[in-house]
Design a protein around this ligand. Structure first.
Ligand code: C2O
Ligand code: CU
Length: 423
C-alpha cells in the first residue's frame, strides 16, 4: 500500500515453458510465471491499482471478470496493452466478498490467450462476512478448472469437425496441475470453483454422490447455503462449495455429463457426454475442526423494480441480435440509476451462455438454487429464455463501453458480443 493509500499489484504477462504432464517444455503463457497467474486479494473498500505489463510480444488486455468498476478500467477490448508497455487501471473495490477472476479480452484473440494460460483468481474479502473456512490453501482452496488437449508436448487448440463450441480438451488441469489431489486436514473444505475453460460446461459432484453445500456463486455468497449433489457451471462462472469429509477417506470431485438441453447430437458435440475426475480429496486420519457453514450467509440486494426491458437473441455462434460485434458500434445506451430486465433468448440451436460486465444480476423466474444469488454469467440452452434483473448504479462514461457476450470464447471472438454504455 503506497502513501496515497492505494494497494498496488504488479502483473507481468509473459511467455515461458511449463510441465503440464507432457514434458517440461510445453510453451505456455502466464502472469508473473509461466502458466496462470497469482491469486489477487483485496478488501471491500480498498483502493487498488493493477500495473499490467505486457511481455507477450503481442497486444493483449487484462479484464477483471465480475468486478464493478468504471468502463475505462475494465480491461475489455478497448483497453489494449501494447507489447512492452504497462497499463495501470485504478479503482475502489465496492462490492461484496466474492470469487472473481481475470483474463485477457483481446477481441478475436481471447480464446487463444486464455487457452495458452493467462487467467487467475481475484478474491474480494469483506471483514463483515460470516465465519466460513477461510485459511487459503488449507481449508479455502482455489480450484481453477481447465480442459486441455496436447499434440506431443504442445498445447493443442484445434477442435473436432462439427464442433462449433471451441476447443474441448480430453485432460483436466486444476490450477495448472494434471492429475491433482489435495491433502485435506480439516473436517470440511471450501472449494472456490472457477470454470476457466474455453468452451466446456461441467456438472460437478462427488464420487459417492455425497452432498455438498453451495454457499456462493459468481458475485458473492448466497442468502443461505443449499445442499446439493450436482452443480452445472458454464465457462466463466464460479461457485463456492463446502464439502465435509470423514477421516482416512478419499473423495473425488468429478464432472458427469451436463444437461446442455441442445438435443442428443448437439450435446455430444459440445462435450455433453463427457465425464472427468477433477480433483481427489484425501482426508488425513485426524481432521481438525473448522468453521461450520452458518444458516445465514448474506443479504441479497433489493435491485428495485425494472423500468426498462431489453431483448437479446443469441442468433448464432457469430452474432447477437443478428449482428456481429463491432468495436465501433454502441449497441445499448443505459441510463445510470435504472433497474432493467435483460431478456436473453437463444434461438441458435447451439450451446451458449451470457455474461454482462460491470453488474451482478438476479436470474428471474427460476427455482434453480444455483441461480438464486448474484450472477454475472448464466447458461442459456437452445430455445431457452432467461430474464436477468440488473441495476446500473454509477460509473457513467458516454465514450467507453462495457461488453456483454457469450463466454464460450470462440463465440465471443467470432462476434457473439455487444457493447453498452452507461450515461
Ligand atoms: Cu470473462 Cu467479457 O469476460
Ligand atoms: Cu456461445
Amino acid at each position: 500500500v503506497g502513501p496515497d493509500g492505494v494497494r498496488s499489484f504488479d502483473l507481468d504477462m509473459q511467455s515461458g515453458t511449463s510441465d503440464l504432464g507432457h514434458g517440461p517444455d510445453t510453451e505456455t503463457w502466464g502472469v508473473n510465471g509461466s502458466y496462470l497467474g497469482p491469486t489477487i486479494r483485496a478488501k471491500r473498500g480498498e483502493k487498488v491499482r493493477m500495473n499490467v505489463s505486457n511481455r507477450l510480444g503481442v497486444t493483449s488486455t487484462l479484464h477483471w471478470h465480475g468486478m464493478h468498476l468504471p468502463a475505462a478500467m475494465d480491461g475489455g477490448p478497448h483497453q489494449l496493452v501494447e507489447p512492452g508497455t504497462t497499463w495501470s487501471p485504478q479503482w475502489t473495490v465496492d462490492q461484496p466478498a466474492a470469487t472473481l477472476w481475470y483474463h485477457p479480452h483481446m477481441h478475436g484473440e481471447t480464446a487463444d490467450h486464455v487457452y495458452r494460460g493467462i487467467a487467475g483468481m481475484f478474491l474480494i474479502d469483506d471483514a463483515n462476512g460470516p465465519a466460513l473456512p477461510d485459511r487459503y490453501g488449507v481449508d479455502d482452496i482455489p480450484v481453477i478448472v481447465q480442459d486441455k488437449k496436447f499434440n506431443g508436448e504442445s498445447l493443442d487448440a484445434s477442435s473436432a469437425i462439427f464442433n462449433d463450441t471451441g476447443v474441448l480438451g480430453d485432460e483436466i488441469m486444476v490450477n495448472g496441475t494434471p492429475g491433482p489431489y489435495l491433502d485435506v486436514t480439516t473436517e470440511r473444505v471450501r472449494l472456490r470453483l472457477l470454470n476457466a475453460s474455453n468452451a466446456r460446461v461441467y456438472n460437478f459432484g462427488f464420487s459417492d454422490d455425497q452432498d455438498f453445500q453451495l454457499i456462493g456463486t459468481d458475485g458473492g455468497l448466497l442468502a443461505k447455503p443449499v445442499a446439493m449433489q450436482n452443480l452445472r457451471l458454464s465457462p466463466g462462472a464460479r461457485a463456492e462449495i463446502v464439502v465435509a469429509l470423514s477421516p482416512d477417506t478419499t473423495t473425488v470431485l468429478r464432472s458427469t455429463p451436463p444437461d446442455l438441453g441442445a438435443g442428443f447430437w448437439n450435446d455430444r458435440f459440445a462435450g455433453g457426454a463427457d465425464s472427468f475426475d477433477i480433483l481427489q480429496l484425501r482426508a488425513a486420519s485426524t481432521l481438525a475442526s473448522n468453521a461450520v457453514v452458518p444458516e445465514i450467509l448474506s443479504t441479497l440486494p433489493d435491485l428495485g423494480d425494472p423500468t426498462v426491458t431489453r431483448r437479446f437473441d443469441l442468433t448464432s455462434s457469430t452474432s447477437l441480435n443478428n449482428k456481429s460485434m463491432d468495436t465501433n458500434r454502441i449497441d445499448e445506451v443505459v441510463t445510470v440509476g435504472t433497474t432493467e430486465v435483460w431478456e436473453v433468448h437463444n434461438s441458435s440451436g447451439q450451446v451458449h451462455n451470457f455474461h454482462v460486465h460491470d453488474v451482478q444480476f438476479q436470474v428471474l423466474d427460476t427455482d434453480d438454487p444455483s441461480l438464486a444469488g448474484r450472477k454475472d454469467t448464466v447458461y442459456i440452452a437452445p430455445n431457452e429464455t432467461r430474464r436477468l434483473l440488473m441495476r446500473f448504479t454509477d460509473f457513467t462514461d458516454p465514450s467507453m463501453p462495457y461488453m456483454f457476450h457469450c463466454h464460450l470464447l470462440r463465440h465471443e471472438d467470432q462476434g457473439l458480443m455487444g457493447q453498452f454504455v452507461v450515461v
